[in-house]
Design a protein around this ligand. Structure first.
Ligand code: G3P
Ligand code: CA
Length: 267
């Protein structure tokens, strides 16, 4: 099931390999059997959806650049693996040097009918991003009634407006609302119940989470998948307090904490 003890590989197994690269996704998907591949998406100047966290290239490509002003060809020339080897020499692997930014299409072509947790990142600076994203997912048969019922393709965002747009395009798509510290606490039960009419889960910041907040979200009807759950002590504590799953850079460790074995791999 994808509603219980859910392991969402945050940017792949990004604690072990450069985030948002095939090396990171291969590890989380094939080696660690995470339930979901988690990605952030951005859009290039020529309208291609790419898989990347930042709106700029500085951090992971070590070159100045703004994605929305760059063409796909320019993005494809970037090396987004080298920084990881330099920053984490203890995890150095030759193959990480030269890793490329995947397009959404290339990602889907590589992992096929895997389960995807897709974040519309900075949707306000990419007008039309939701339409483009859903068009591609549809093209690859990732929006079939069966997959949506099983929550195998999920859209997540910090932007409620972006989730509303997605819901207007496809009312059956499972949605998760990400929430920065304090956001859920400031919302009334009435507001949250309205959101729950089309959003099945919330993704609170781990720094904001405690048993009463988890209980309150469950009372309203949400599943609770916090980000980013990397510390084993905290994993154990929050599991005991009732979380339903979580985003993690270490899918192997979260699987272990949930005591999942390979018979529980959801294909
Ligand atoms: O999508 C969950 C988590 O990834 C949200 O934060 O900044 O890592 O995308 P961020
Ligand atoms: Ca994300």
């Amino acid at each position: 099931m994808l509603t219980d003890n859910v392991v969402i590989a945050h940017r792949g197994a990004s604690g072990y390999a450069p985030e948002h690269t095939f090396s990171s996704f291969d590890k989380s998907h094939y080696d660690m059997h995470a339930d979901y591949i988690e990605i952030d998406v951005q859009m290039t100047l020529d309208g291609e959806i790419i898989v990347m966290h930042d709106e700029t290239t500085d951090r992971t490509a070590n070159l100045p650049g703004v994605i929305k002003n760059m063409t796909l060809k320019e993005i494809e020339s970037l090396d987004v693996g080298k920084w990881f080897n330099e920053k984490f020499p203890e995890m150095y692997q030759e193959a990480y040097d030269g890793q490329k930014v995947p397009t959404l299409r290339a990602l889907i072509e590589r992992y096929g009918k895997a389960n995807y947790y897709i974040e519309t990142k900075a949707p306000d600076i990419y007008p039309g991003m939701e339409e483009r994203l859903l068009q591609i997912l549809n093209e690859y048969q990732l929006l079939t009634p069966e997959r949506l019922k099983n929550k195998q393709t999920v859209i997540q965002s910090f932007s409620l407006e972006s989730l509303i747009k997605v819901n207007q395009i496809n009312k059956d798509l499972p949605l998760l609302l990400l929430a920065k510290k304090g956001v859920l606490r400031q919302m009334t039960d009435e507001d949250l119940k309205k959101i729950h009419q089309f959003v099945y889960a919330v993704g609170p910041n781990i720094k904001d989470l405690d048993a009463p907040l988890i209980e309150r979200m469950h009372q309203i009807g949400f599943l609770v998948f916090p980000y980013t759950l990397n510390d084993e002590v905290l994993m154990e504590q929050l599991i005991n307090e009732g979380i339903d799953g979580g985003f993690t850079n270490y899918p192997d460790l979260l699987r272990k904490q949930f005591r999942k074995d390979d018979s529980e791999v959801f294909e």
